[in-house]
Write a protein that binds this ligand. Sequence first.
Ligand SMILES: [Zn+2]
Length: 397
Amino acid sequence: MPSPVELLTEAKSYAALLSEIRRELHQIPEFALNLPQTQARILSSIEGLGEIFLGKSLSSIALLIRGENPGPTVLLRADMDALSVTEETGEPFSSTNGFMHACGHDLHMAAGIGAAHLLATHKAELKGNVLIWFQPGEEGHHGADVMIEEGFLDLSGERPIAAYGLHVFTSLPIGAIASKAGAMMASAGDLLVSFQGSGGHGSMPWLSKDPITPMVEAISALQVMLNKRFDQFDPVILNVGWISAGDQATTNVIPDSASFGATVRTFSQRNTDLLHTLVPEMIHSIAKSYGLTATVEFSVPTKVLMNDPGAIARVERISQELVGPGYQTMQVPIAGGEDFASIVAEVPGAFVFVGACPPEIDYQTAPTNHSSKARFDDSVLPLCSSLLAALAFDHLG
Ligand SMILES: [Zn+2]
């Protein structure tokens, strides 16, 4: 069985090819669940490496590499979708179609392709199977859940024993690897609230039901509630991103309704459940005290991404072999959401951050993932591919 360092050396011999694939994918970014060009580009790079399965209601691909010896299955996952962002990096391979791989998913696909080549080359030494998912719709479109619903976890005939995924990050130095056991990323979802009053003349608010005052009160009360009703050692983030009421053309009209939307982040199911109980209770009681009604809607949130301690122990050991002191244990989770959480809710596994900030930029001030100016250095691809392949080998070697 090849060691992680041997896999890295081997992956470096594909470095130019992996960068080329990544740059081609970078120029054809596609949004959400339907990514036909991206799917076609990946298929052309994994031809002959194993059995291919395509999604029914989304452009997903699963590649099943069967080892020459029987054994369990390990799942590796790369996400595929881009963001609705107009690129401003100035890279010679910039996207020009109004979408952008501003979150580095182009690197994830290239890393997955590299891992597939490493594993297929060594399938004689593989005791079991590796299932590699190329997954659309990570950016809030629940692509992982759709793939699970379409039966993609069980394609080898049995449930994988472990699952791994990685994410490149501009806020880490190139080649650094970081993760943690337990909660690593937040459950992320939306809250939409609307107060229905009845409009009238601004000079006589007692004859109307002004919806703006209870809305403002509710926005403040929500922040206080986070402090008084939730465990301060299990954070909840609730940030109002928009409010809407009235008409800027006039000040003397009371509108019929007022509404706001917020992003909500939690790190435990307990707090998600508690929010879903306490927020409607509070909003309805404020509305009632003003004599009006309100509606409260939560979107289906991503799950909290929980890394399995056993999987993290493997990540730490292999990362230290690959990058020595470049492996860091994260002290706290990050508040971003990630639908790999749905996969590790079914299969024990781990998600890993890999630094991809170009060395000429200070990673502490570099434009972050999702910025129109975010630049990712694809010389990190051999490391990403070998890390994924080494994790699979560690279970199946
Ligand atoms: Zn991402």
